[in-house]
Design a protein around this ligand. Sequence first.
Ligand code: ZN
Length: 62
Amino acid sequence: MHEQGEAEPPPPASTRAEHQVTLTERGPFIAPRCICGWYGPARRSRPLARTEAAAHLAGTVA
Ligand SMILES: [Zn+2]
């Protein structure tokens, strides 16, 4: 069984994305990872992981 949960559509190739955070599920934990190499701590709360991912994006936008 493949449970994808909520699948987020990939951004168009034309988008200039230097940061793209994906939430990686590790057992009961959710860990945000970015293509820039950043990764957040594993959380049990998906909303919290999303918040930290958003904070990373917000903090890296010049
Ligand atoms: Zn990043």
